[in-house]
Design a protein around this ligand. Structure first.
Ligand SMILES: Nc1ncnc2c1ncn2[C@@H]1O[C@H](COP(=O)(O)OP(=O)(O)OP(=O)(O)O)[C@@H](O)[C@H]1O
Length: 509
């Protein structure tokens, strides 16, 4: 909401929410961001246990970043070979107060283990109820499950390492590689360009409104960068999906990302009915059940190389059995040699299986952090699309951007900014997004704003339209006058008839 206030106070200067800042050079960006990423990492670490500052378990428990006195009540294999372990409290029905969330990375330890001790396994929170927590582990922890246990939340250091790596790549100057022509445009050293002829297209979605069609056409014409500015409910994701479909039709290979897993899954779900060749990268515990079929792990399991790897594993199991029974030194040496060869072959087959899937996909979808996976090291893309770009740190956007020669960012920098833990890093500019920076740098030249909203009554819309969007937003007739009592099962009454009630809360908070 801070953004809204800021923009309103500034007198509606179009799509920029902050005073125009001088363009930032690549060198300035690198030198400003490096210490800010460290500050943010420290802030996150101090809010978790296991790695870094907070070694005091009592404090961790009070803060909710460790849950003690757990028992394992169920162990199942699922989610493409992952082990799903369910834990409940040994001390009562409801788990103690905690701050664990779905998708958090956690370590399982014996209840009484020292704070610095190695855990029984590391996994990802898959399901959370008042009375239990289910964690997905890559491998079943070998022992210790029958004793009293605890879970510790781990700071997600991989994200910071990957952001730092992207910064290092940028600092070296990106003269080669897929993004070599894009980087100078995104730092104002070279002007953005567009196709000489207007691009016409036949829409897959016949309901697109005029602002959505115009945005798709401009996106298709852009040669390096395009900003899709989507105020609330104006069909930003609907438009992103249309752009992806049009680009696939043109033969582009696309990397589509967003900061959150849910936003990525949202795009996957909308592409699947169009039978696009796509793959969703990411830990299966973090994906919506309805997109699991598109997951890399699921597709790898269906591939030829994967079944070969499976055969090899069976062969290795048999050889290991033989090894246990054999006493003769020469025979043992022979078996061990064969096992080493098979291990290499199995790893190669696994890698080939992954590469096959990625190579044949027209659209690869993942989170921004996921785009830095080694699995994509040798893959480049014609287009990188980032949804929710105004809620993502700029440095996080660079993880996918370094893999492509063109980019489209979709978002609304007049809504909530990215969440930042370190107050100091925020003050020093970590939260200034690439979307906002490019909107300041190039404005209308690279931006289209969607102007029809499909979500709210026009009375609700009018305030934000007037204060933030230059009164350019219209309510679609299907929602412009819809009221609560129009909902199925709702009765007409004074409270369902009112559309907008302003309550003065002065004195209440
Ligand atoms: N051209 C259209 N005709 C009819 N309905 C539409 C159209 N475009 C979008 N919608 C509907 O409007 C709603 C919002 O669309 P979408 O999720 O694409 O918007 P968004 O801008 O990404 O949303 P958010 O504000 O949550 O970011 C959806 O229910 C979608 O089906």
């Amino acid at each position: 909401m801070e953004r809204g206030k800021k923009a309103a106070a500034m007198g509606k200067k179009g799509f920029s929410s902050s005073p125009a800042m001088p363009p930032m050079s690549l060198d300035q960006f690198v030198s400003t961001m490096a210490p800010l990423i460290d500050m943010e990492k420290e802030a996150e670490i101090s809010a978790s246990v296991s790695s870094g500052a907070t070694r005091n378990l009592e404090t961790a428990q009070k803060r909710g970043s460790a849950i003690f006195n757990l028992k394992c009540v169920d162990a199942q294999t699922g989610l493409m070979g992952k082990s799903l372990l369910e834990f409940q409290s040994t001390k009562g029905d409801v788990l103690p107060a905690h701050k664990f969330g779905i998708h958090d990375v956690v370590i399982l330890k014996p209840n009484k283990a020292d704070s610095g001790s190695a855990g029984l396994g590391q996994g990802v929170v898959y399901r959370l109820k008042d009375t239990s927590i289910t964690v997905a582990f890559d491998d079943m922890p070998e022992d210790g499950l029958n004793s009293s246990l605890r879970l510790e939340k781990v700071a997600n250091e991989i994200t910071y390492r990957r952001m730092k790596d992207a910064l290092i790549q940028l600092s070296k100057g990106v003269h080669k590689g897929p993004a070599s022509d894009l980087v100078p445009v995104l730092f104002g050293e070279r002007q953005p360009t567009v196709a000489k002829k207007d691009v016409t297209f036949t829409a897959f979605n016949s309901n697109l409104d005029h602002s959505q069609k115009d945005a798709v056409s401009r996106a298709l014409s852009s040669k390096n960068v395009f900003l899709l500015h989507g105020p609330p409910g104006t069909g930003k994701t609907t438009t992103v999906v249309e752009i992806i479909l049009q680009e696939v039709k043109r033969g582009s290979k696309i990397l589509a990302c967003a900061a959150s897993n849910i936003a990525v899954d949202n795009i996957v779900e909308r592409l699947v009915p169009h039978r696009v060749k796509l793959v969703r990268l990411g830990h299966p515990a973090r994906l919506l059940p309805q997109v699991l079929d598109s997951a890399l792990d699921a597709q790898v399991l269906r591939g030829d190389n994967s079944s070969l790897a499976n055969d090899i594993r069976k062969e290795m199991k048999a050889l290991n059995g033989k090894l246990l029974k054999t006493k003769d030194k020469n025979t043992r040496r022979e078996i061990q040699k064969e096992l080493r060869t098979l291990t290499k072959e199995e790893r190669k087959r696994q890698q080939l299986a992954v590469m096959d899937v990625i190579k044949t996909a027209d659209v690869v979808l993942t989170t921004l952090t996921g785009a830095a996976t080694r699995k994509l090291d040798s893959t480049s893309f014609d287009l990188v699309i980032i949804d929710e770009a105004a809620q993502a740190l700029e440095i996080a956007c660079w993880m996918p951007l370094l893999k492509g020669s063109r980019c489209i960012l979709a978002g609304d920098h007049l809504q909530l900014p990215p969440t930042i833990q370190s107050v100091e890093a925020e003050k020093k500019g970590l939260g200034r997004t690439l979307f906002e920076r490019l909107a300041d740098l190039y404005g209308d030249e690279v931006t289209s704003m969607l102007t029809v909203q499909y979500r709210m009554h026009e009375l609700i819309m009018n305030w934000s339209s007037k204060e933030l969007y230059d009164s350019k937003i219209d309510a679609h007739p299907s929602v412009a006058a819809h009221a609560l009592y129009d909902l199925e099962g709702a009765n007409k009454s004074t409270s369902t008839e009112a559309t907008l009630l302003l309550v003065d809360i002065a004195g209440y908070i």
